[in-house]
Write a protein that binds this ligand. Structure first.
Ligand SMILES: Nc1nc2c(c(=O)[nH]1)N[C@@H](CN(C=O)c1ccc(C(=O)N[C@@H](CCC(=O)O)C(=O)O)cc1)CN2
Length: 287
């Protein structure tokens, strides 16, 4: 058996097309959405992600506001740009590209953002809204995973989902998202300290691997027919290495590869969040 590929690239392209009409409606009302990004330092991977986000924006008509600081920027430098973006009316949503250099506190920077412009859904207020089930922007990678499974009709209601990884951008919020009544999955959150990882993954209908350990999930760890999504990003010999071993496609029913699976969906969900935030901000104008 060879698994069906969950094609994040094609799905993200379809979502961008769908968003174009909403962006046009906002622009016609004089409220064109604008995505701000702040990149601190010169990590080539982070620069690629930021550039890709702006190229996606150009495709759907979202304006771009690109801010950069050097790798030795201080916390005060970063907070000053965050204050600028909070105050800029052309910036309807923005992100601070992570990770930040060691001397800058990610928590302090995220907290300083205007939660109503938090296009990544990572502000404590928005993570709190997720816990409480109150509407607000949701983290892009978990949202992209749920949307990819939905568009390929992979059932989540009643499904056993094992998430491997407890990070704040993927694992933790994904568990919250999947256990909402609308998704209704049962989630086991595993991590690198889990005693017998295979015992958990072998019983799962869906496995999401987001631990950043190359080849962590192998074919023997997967139930035949399960959906396996590779979200791990490591660099091995200069190339992206995911958390899922190549032989998993022989056992799984669906596989989201890496690259080409969840990564492009993360970017599509960012655009979707930016458009939704701009619509919320424009509500009195559009109504
Ligand atoms: N502020 C944020 N920082 C980071 C996030 C995030 O959601 N918000 N997530 C990751 C990086 N990331 C987005 O910023 C991201 C990762 C991967 C991709 C992507 O499209 N990947 C491609 C392959 C890219 C390549 O060849 O190098 C794919 O999977 O096909 C987009 C965005 C950490 N930081």
């Amino acid at each position: 058996m060879t698994a069906t590929r969950l094609d994040g690239k094609a799905t993200a392209a379809a979502i961008r097309t769908e968003l174009t009409d909403r962006v046009s409606a906002l622009a016609d009302a004089g409220r064109r959405p604008g995505l701000g990004t702040l990149l601190v330092g010169d990590d080539p991977g982070s620069r690629w992600y930021v550039d890709a986000k702006h190229s996606d924006c150009a495709q759907v008509g979202i304006a771009s506001i690109q801010r950069e600081l050097p790798a030795d920027a201080t916390q005060a430098d970063v907070l000053a740009v965050v204050a600028d973006l909070n105050a800029d009316p052309a910036c309807t949503g923005y992100i601070v590209q992570l990770p930040l250099p060691r001397q800058v506190s990610e928590a302090a920077v995220l907290e300083a953002m205007d939660p109503d412009k938090d296009a990544d859904g990572l502000h404590p207020t928005n993570l709190g809204r997720l816990v409480l089930g109150v509407p607000g922007p949701l983290p892009c990678t978990p949202l992209g995973i749920v949307e990819l499974l939905r568009r390929y009709d992979v059932p989540l209601a009643g499904a056993e989902v094992v998430v491997v990884g407890r990070g704040v951008t993927v694992g933790r919020p994904l568990g919250l998202l999947l256990t909402r009544r609308s998704e209704n999955a049962t989630v086991t959150l595993c991590h690198t300290g889990t005693r017998d990882l295979a015992a958990h993954t072998r019983t799962a209908d869906v496995v999401v691997a987001a631990a950043g350990v190359p080849g962590l999930v192998t074919a023997e760890m997967v139930k035949p027919g399960a959906a396996v999504l590779d979200v791990g990003v490591s660099r091995v010999d200069g190339k992206i290495a995911g958390d899922v071993a190549g032989d998993v496609v022989e056992v799984a029913g669906h596989v989201a590869p890496n690259p080409g699976g969840v990564g492009p969906m993360t970017r599509a969900m960012l655009l979707s969040n930016v458009v939704t935030l701009a619509e919320r901000a424009a509500r009195p104008v559009l109504a």
